[in-house]
Design a protein around this ligand. Structure first.
Ligand SMILES: Nc1ncnc2c1ncn2[C@@H]1O[C@H](COP(=O)(O)OP(=O)(O)OP(=O)(O)O)[C@@H](O)[C@H]1O
Ligand SMILES: [Mg+2]
Length: 416
């Protein structure tokens, strides 16, 4: 199995870097223990590692110096309004405490007493469809505070982590409800002196921009921090962690860290721009094997450098492959290169208007024909909704390939 998985949040055993972000979170948990509530807002561009970091927080802090914290990771995902989101928080909470006999009974009792027609089963909660009970900020607060009362004996604190906030960014009404509810919630728990509850929000920078008049609320409520590119240390640790996981039998050569020269490593790092997704993708591709499943020295070189080696690893890397291509990619002002970079970082869903924002000097006709050619290459696939497209991971692979090997412009798309 290839240890570098660029399609999912990082597993705990490969997780690398993020020491300053972790220190920031740790201080916030410490404050909660000493009676000072604090709420965190983490933002970063697409694929910078937000979700991976949130799962790492859960892993590290659910037992914080012997103090049990209940940490819920709630993906906004397909929620369309505050009511959906509140239900999702409750569902996540229920599933999380399900195995804790002393707590789950109280939670179930509370839900049954408060919500008509609710069905609570092993796999989750089924709501009474007619009931839209959480579309008002005070209800959001009331339910969460009352639920917390049922849990307070078992846990020192509760952290609700809200992730994948795109639907909020895309819908002004939802954004308004959400931010206003957080404000109400946080003011109310401060009034009641409940300090053990905290919110951690992860978002794309755009959440700031949705409703400018709410920015001041966000600034007042949250301690805000950006999650940034990996530095070289983190990138090296990621490689090392992956190598440790690789089965020695199958990946004999790869599992020997000494084979990796500094130049190999720094070329990978440069190409990646320090974006963890790109690093995982580069390492993953380098790891890919030929069909026979056995890695010979030749396979290794072919996999890493795209051809057989005659000279030393370092020479091939530096003089033949990564170095010059990287330089070319970097100096290229070609629009296709920029387009690839933008799209691979934007990820997710995209419209012509989004593209226009990134390329203000380019005509709509040109961008529209760029989109058409990306569609014909399956780099973009139509999403639900008119004019909305999903950026495929094929395109991100292409971005890496273009930096490592030579891919003609026509295979990507160029605007002139
Ligand atoms: N700290 C890390 N250590 C190792 N790999 C990481 C780390 N952070 C992120 N990655 C890798 O980078 C990729 C993107 O990470 P993740 O999904 O967490 O980013 P994200 O910011 O949540 O993305 P999106 O904006 O699409 O939600 C994944 O393949 C993940 O494995
Ligand atoms: Mg994410």
């Amino acid at each position: 199995m290839n240890p570098f998985d660029y399609n999912h949040p990082a597993r705990q055993d490969i997780f690398a870097g993020r020491s300053s972000e972790l220190e920031w979170v740790k201080q916030s948990f410490e404050k909660a223990l000493y009676g000072q509530p604090s709420h965190l807002f983490l933002y970063g561009p697409r694929r910078m590692g937000k979700t991976s970091f949130l799962w790492h927080i859960k892993h590290l802090f659910q037992d914080f110096d012997g103090n049990p914290f209940l940490i819920l990771i709630v993906s906004v995902g397909d929620c369309r309004n505050l009511s959906d989101l509140t239900k999702k928080i409750i569902e996540t909470l229920y599933l999380e405490v399900q195995s804790q006999k002393n707590v789950v009974g109280k939670v179930v009792e509370f839900l049954r007493n408060n919500f008509r027609g609710i069905k609570i089963g092993e796999v989750g909660i089924e709501w009474n469809r007619e009931e839209s009970m959480f579309d008002e900020p005070r209800q959001f607060t009331r339910v969460l505070v009352q639920l917390w009362k049922k849990l307070a004996e078992a846990f020192k604190g509760l952290a609700i982590i809200v992730d994948e906030t795109d639907p909020i960014i895309k819908d002004k009404r939802f954004a308004g409800e959400f931010i206003f509810s957080l404000k109400t919630f946080i003011e109310e728990i401060a009034e009641k002196g409940i300090c053990e509850l905290k919110f951690i929000i992860s978002a794309l920078p755009e959440l700031y921009e949705v409703i400018p008049e709410y920015n001041q609320h966000l600034l007042r409520i949250f301690d805000i921090k950006a999650i940034e590119q990996f530095d070289e240390d983190a990138a090296r640790i990621l490689l090392r962690n992956g190598l440790k996981l690789a089965s020695k039998k199958k990946f004999g050569l790869w599992s020997d860290e000494k084979r990796f020269t500094e130049d190999f490593f720094s070329a990978c790092f440069r190409i990646s721009d320090g974006i963890p997704y790109h690093l995982q993708l580069i390492y993953h591709r380098a790891f890919e094997l030929d069909d026979d499943g056995k890695l010979t020295e030749e396979d290794f070189d072919r996999a890493v450098f795209g051809h057989q080696k005659k000279e030393g690893v370092l020479d091939i890397l530096h003089h033949v492959s990564f170095g010059p291509l990287y330089q070319r990619a970097k100096s290229a002002s070609s629009r296709s290169e920029r387009l690839l970079t933008v799209l691979s970082e934007v990820g997710g869903e995209l419209t012509l208007d989004d593209l226009q924002r990134h390329f203000p000097g380019v005509s709509r006709e040109t961008l529209s024909s760029n989109m058409a050619s990306l569609r014909s290459n399956d780099f973009l696939t139509p999403s639900k909704g008119q004019g909305i497209y999903t950026v495929s991971s094929k395109l991100c692979r292409c971005w890496i390939d273009r930096r490592v090997r030579k891919i003609p412009d026509k295979d990507i798309c160029v605007g002139t």
